[in-house]
Write a protein that binds this ligand. Sequence first.
Ligand code: PLP
Length: 425
Amino acid sequence: MSRVYLDYNATTPVEPQVLDAMLPYFSAEFANASSIHTPGQRARSAVETAREQVAALIGARPQEIVFTSGGTESDNHAIFGSVNVLIGRTANYPPNSAEARECRVLLSHNKHIITSKIEHEAVLHTCQELEMLGVQVTYLPVDREGRIDCESVRKAIQSGRGNPDLPKASVPPPTTLITVMHANNELGTVQPLEEIGRIAKEHKVHFHTDAVQSAGKIPIDVNALNVDLLSLSGHKLYAPKGVGALYVRSGTRLRQLLYGGQHQRGFRPGTENVAGIVGLGTAAEIARNSIASEASRVSALRQKLERGLLERIPQIGVNGALALRTPNTTNIMFRGIEGEALVIALDLKGLASSVGAACSSGAVEPSHVLTAIGLSQEEAKSCLRFSLGRHTTESEIGFALEVIPAAVAQLRALSPTYQKAVSHV
Ligand code: PLP
């Protein structure tokens, strides 16, 4: 059976050129990049070349790139590091002592973060953890298309200065960080980061973006976006899993997340994953050189898929269709169908798709992104994400246009709720 993969937002295959670049660093060039001997220096030089390549993809300077284990670590580092509560002054106490806990809570109570309701779990759960420590968090809503209103960001910012006539305790804590994703993993919607960045800069608030789903798909310029911190992940851009990067604008105050040796100037200790980093660098370079042509090729294929499905299947709709989206992503609601049942039916026919974020597949709850754009629980559970990529071909889209309508028709024929709903139309 031929298999078609339309789940590139979950992960991408390692590009052959990327693998070729990595292979020597598993064997002949295995040295530790921190060793001062000649093989160590060669490994160091490969890491520094990769730093330049990743920096070039996002308009940064090489010294502003920190290699990490992936998007999740980069997000955690940016958020915990900005809020600065993890260690801070608690270092004077034994780590798990009551005093350290109390001190953490006291420090946290004086911070405020702004984020959105549609962030990836790597951001949402980090913010929720901080909330448990007493940090105040504002989760901004999005509109029907999945867009944040910039004015809502401006309004949510707290200066930390109160009315001098009121008691000090009633002053809301100052906003320490704004963290808003660049492109959403489920819908592909791209947020107006330039404007949010301008607002953050005006108010002197740290601005982080999770660019895991946009890096390599749409152009990124950290200066145009006014971001201080940006996360990206290797496995979403044809490099391997388990490697990523955090951009940290020069001068940004950020506490380290991990403690150990002096790797990456002590900022992110741990022996560098040289092969992974070389892979990420090579993938970044390939993406930079092909971003414009790939974006137009892939968006034409997506359009063909969306139009074809809309023509062939009644009672469906594209979520977030009117927003600016990454060229490869489409999220479609198939009324009267359980999304997971459709994913399985399509898988049996050889088509890989997804109900949303790969890491929340199997969750009983409907997607928090889809309910945030106003879908009911039932509607949210009837949506599928198709994400195209570098290896998607016209004939694969043709295949998808054959198997999806057939699978939807089969499932709807078995769905009493759908039959009842259409009999009332
Ligand atoms: N942020 C977004 C938007 C993602 O889509 C993902 C992965 O799906 C992550 C963060 C986590 O990245 P990683 O898998 O590299 O930890």
